[in-house]
Design a protein around this ligand. Sequence first.
Ligand SMILES: [Zn+2]
Length: 248
Amino acid sequence: MELIKTDGVILKRTYVGEKDAIIKILTSGAGLVSASVKGVKNMKSKLAAGSQVFGYSDFVLRPGKELFVVTQSAQKEGFFGLSSNIERLSFASYFAELTAAFHPGAEDAKAILPLLLNTLYLLSNSSKNMELIKCVFELRLLCYLGFAPELDACTVCGDTEKLCFFSPSAGGTVCRGCGALADACIITENTLAAMRYAQNSDDKKAFSFALSKSAIDEFAQCTEKMCEQVFSRPLPSLAYLKQITGKL
Ligand SMILES: [Zn+2]
């Protein structure tokens, strides 16, 4: 069968037996794929550098019976700043698990890959607030996958004034008069403005703003609960991240 040449970010790596590994890659050419990397634990393996988790690499993949097989890999970016800090690493693990949980196909992956690369770059190389990076990543991921929240009108009555609540189950903002929904959380003007900015800017500008801690907490409550709503199951990496950041 024909070989696939593609770039991609490795979301997960699981060792199999004594020498091999299976990696889950978000590729620009084939969506989310699982691939076997033979002999990767061998010190002399040419595939080792390009098979690091969270690394961005070029791959040549051969379709196999159940999995692809990596025949060539070359790392383009290692995001080495992640591995030196358990907090950064925990955020990266959550971003990777969240991305994989959506099972993005080829079209979705093309849009999500630049978002994931920007996110990992900021996490690895900047001092930007990691909770804020998480908020923007969650929001934009939801948007790319067709779950964009309504942020300009009340999701119950359609009113565009006094939008002071957010309801994950209703899929967006709720006005003061309709705020009795069980899962509606309070959202201030600043937070709503930040969410609109993050939702409507292009990929590179989406992260370029600062926010107070209380507004980040509001933003996080909205996007995290909306992600949970979409999956209807908890992600282990999120529980671990909350342990690490003391948010449990
Ligand atoms: Zn309303």
